[in-house]
Each structure stands twice: as structure tokens, then as C-alpha cells.
Design a protein around this ligand. Structure first.
Ligand code: NAD
Ligand code: TDX
Length: 335
């Protein structure tokens, strides 16, 4: 099986490639990644010389290059490539539309032309918008995205759906809750708080800190996608989540406790515009129909993650010293 994994140098994509080469060492994996600020080949150090792994530094919006790649043979596409950070989408929405909508359409056209046997669109629960105090997102929840990021992901998802309905392309869409684990870029909540707490910097909590996210350890997300590739019914959407709803304040307090740092580092700052209050995934469909089960609880996963960041300080300090500084200055000033 030849799998094109787009965005394979990012957080989830790199975990996924590593996971797949462990589970299915005979599969050939081509990582299509243009290496934006979020793409980091260091994430793939453990498998970079695997005989079944290849990197193609290509932009998914580049029609000619994508066509050339697909013409060399591909069975399955897993599309992780995206601009993924909500705060950046508020500062600069245009690149989100380009990559997450146009890029998806370019991949769909190539997948159709070269008759792939499966196209998996890796999407997010954020396309469903925000929940009140009760209820969960099911696959039938209407799409009501609130940020430029989630609107662009919803746009990509609707194109994937349309290519199934119109052209019969064998697709699946997966919608996952917040991932955490090794190699997550330190702009996202958990690694941001770990890295700033270790430097005794203020921890910026948006609004009242009572927004809720539903956390999933990245390896459990990878096992779900592996299942969808093999067992997913064409045209179906699968929600992926581990029933781990936590407030942001709970997350930050957990990080502080694990690192032995004081609460006084917490700094409540202006809320994110359009900030979704609560996400919660109902994973009944993937659990009952495909037999998926997460291996990690939040309590074990967060401990492992914090330990990983403690053991891999060079990885994230190198990132923080690069292009990230411009964004951090804009986002956090001198706090
Ligand atoms: P990330 O930002 O860490 O990585 C994105 C990767 O895509 C990077 O390697 C980047 O170089 C690459 N990329 C960006 N634009 C590209 C382009 N035009 N052409 C080729 N490559 C490009 O993202 P992530 O957190 O690993 O998320 C991966 C996917 O999963 C995204 O589609 C995201 O929407 C989705 N998702 C993420 C989460 C989460 O909690 N992180 C949750 C649900 C869904
Ligand atoms: O500095 C911060 N302070 C803060 O309070 C940051 C960066 C975040 N937050 C809050 C905002 C959210 O309520 O923490 C929560 C999590 O924020 P992010 O890590 O930015 O994640 P989120 O906005 O929930 O989106 C993530 O999960 C869904 C990923 O970035 C998306 O790619 C994915 O689709």
C-alpha cells in the first residue's frame, strides 16, 4: 500500500507516520509537506532512514507538483496538511483559506484523477462550533464554525463530501477533539504552558479560563485514523474523542502542579475573539462500528507529555528561537 500523508512534518502527522511504520512496516509512506513554521523534520528523526519512508517538499496548493507526485502511484491519501492555530487565523486568515480549502480541493482532484482507494480528511470538532453546558457533538451536528480556522476546515470538509457525492470518490472525514502529546508546537495550550512555566514566564489564560476542551492523546488519534483507512465506510464521517473534557484552568493547574511551579504564574488576559466555550465529542459511532478504543486516560497522557517536554527541551527551545519569536512578540508582548 502506498500512502501519501500530507502535513507529515507537523505534530499529528509526524506521530502518525511513526505510528504507521511501526504498525505496518511494509507500507510505503510519502510525506508531502512544504515545511511551514509548524513543519519540523526533527519530529521524524526516528524513521527518516526507514526504507519505506520518503519526503516530498511540496505545497498542497501546487497543482502541477501534486499531479506529478500522484502520477508516480498512490493508493491512500491522509490529509493532515493545514494551517492549524486558531489565534494565527485571527491575525492572518488568508493563508488558512488557501491551504485548508484550496489545498484540499487540489488534493481531491489528484485523488480523483489517479483513482485512490481512500481519501481521509483529518478534520476537527471545531467545525461544529460551540456547545452549551450539556450535549455532545455527533456526526449529525450542523457545521457552525466560529473562527477563520474552523470555517476553513469546514470548507475543506464540504469539498470532500461533495467529491464523494458528485464523483463517487471513496472518502472519510474524521473529526477529532484537541490532541496533545510529543512534538506539539509550543503555541498550543499544553506545550505553551509547560514551556512558559519552566521559564517562570506568565501563563496567559484567556477570559475566565473556564472554556472546556475534550483532550485526546495523539497516539490514540493515530490508531483511530489507521482503523478508518482500513475499515471506514466510504462517505462516512467519524468523530474521535476520549471523553476527557477539562477546563483550561484545570489544564494549567495540572501543569503547574506537575512542574512544582506556583499559581502566581497564571495571568488572566483578554479573551480570544469568538472563543468557543465548550467542545465535547460523542465517539459512539467509531467505538461501536469500527471497534476503536483509546489507550490513554488524560491522567496518564498528561504526565507522559509533561515528561516528554522535560526530556526534550532542546527540541522546543530550538523552535522558540526561530521564526516563532515574531508571532510570540505579537501574541504575548513582553509578558
Ligand atoms: P501542525 O500545524 O502541527 O502541522 C501542520 C503541517 O502541515 C506542518 O508540517 C506544515 O508544514 C504542513 N503544511 C501547512 N501548509 C501546507 C501546505 N500548503 N502544503 C503542504 N504542507 C503544509 O498541525 P497539527 O496540529 O499536526 O494538525 C494536523 C491536522 O489535524 C490539521 O488538519 C488540523 O486541522 C487537524 N486537527 C488538529 C487537532 C489538534 O489538536 N492539533 C485536532 C483536530 C484536528
Ligand atoms: O495562550 C493560550 N491561552 C489560552 O487560554 C492559548 C494558546 C490557548 N488558550 C485556550 C484557548 C482554548 O480554549 O486554551 C484552549 C486551547 O487552545 P489551543 O491550544 O489554541 O487549541 P484550540 O483553539 O482548542 O484548537 C486546537 O484543537 C482543535 C487545535 O489548535 C486545532 O488545530 C484543532 O482543530
Amino acid at each position: 500500500m502506498i500512502i501519501i500523508v500530507t502535513g507529515g512534518a507537523g505534530f499529528i502527522g509526524s506521530n502518525f507516520i511513526t505510528y504507521m511504520l511501526k504498525q505496518h512496516p511494509e507500507y510505503k509512506i510519502i510525506n508531502v509537506d512544504v515545511l511551514t513554521y509548524a513543519g519540523n523534520l526533527e519530529n521524524l528523526k526516528s524513521i527518516e532512514s526507514h526504507s519505506n519512508y520518503k519526503l516530498a517538499k511540496v505545497d498542497i496548493t501546487d497543482v502541477q507538483e501534486i499531479d506529478k507526485l500522484f502520477s508516480q502511484g498512490v493508493d491512500v491519501v491522509v490529509n493532515f496538511a493545514a494551517e492549524s492555530h486558531v489565534d494565527r487565523s485571527i491575525l492572518e486568515p488568508d493563508v488558512f483559506v488557501k491551504t485548508n480549502v484550496l489545498g484540499t480541493q487540489v488534493l481531491l482532484d489528484a485523488a480523483k484523477k489517479y483513482r485512490v482507494t481512500k481519501f481521509v480528511q483529518v478534520s476537527t470538532d471545531e467545525v461544529y462550533g460551540s456547545l452549551g453546558a450539556t450535549g455532545l457533538f455527533t456526526e449529525e451536528t450542523p457545521l457552525t464554525p466560529n473562527s477563520p480556522y474552523s470555517a476553513s476546515k469546514a470548507g475543506g470538509d464540504l469539498l470532500v463530501r461533495a467529491y464523494h457525492e458528485t464523483f463517487g470518490l471513496p472518502v472519510n472525514i474524521t473529526r477529532c477533539s484537541n490532541n496533545y502529546g510529543p512534538y506539539q508546537f509550543p503555541e498550543k495550550l499544553i506545550p505553551l504552558m509547560i514551556s512558559r512555566a519552566l521559564a517562570d514566564q506568565a501563563l496567559p489564560v484567556y477570559g475566565d479560563g473556564m472554556n472546556i476542551r475534550d483532550w485526546l492523546y495523539v497516539e490514540d488519534h493515530c490508531s483511530a485514523i489507521d482503523l478508518v483507512i482500513h475499515e471506514g465506510v466510504n462517505g462516512e464521517v467519524y468523530n474521535i474523542g476520549g471523553n476527557n473534557e477539562r477546563t483550561n484552568v484545570h489544564i494549567v493547574n495540572t501543569v503547574l502542579q506537575e512542574l512544582g511551579k506556583p499559581d502566581s504564574l497564571i495571568s488572566y488576559v483578554q479573551d480570544r475573539p469568538g472563543h468557543d466555550r465548550r467542545y465535547g465529542i460523542d465517539p459512539t459511532k467509531i467505538t461501536n462500528e469500527l471497534g476503536w478504543k483509546p489507550k490513554h486516560t488524560f491522567e496518564t497522557g498528561i504526565k507522559e507529555t509533561i515528561q516528554w517536554y522535560l526530556n526534550n527541551k532542546e527540541w522546543w527551545t530550538r523552535i522558540q528561537s526561530g521564526e516563532y519569536q515574531k508571532y510570540a512578540a505579537l501574541q504575548y508582548g513582553t509578558r
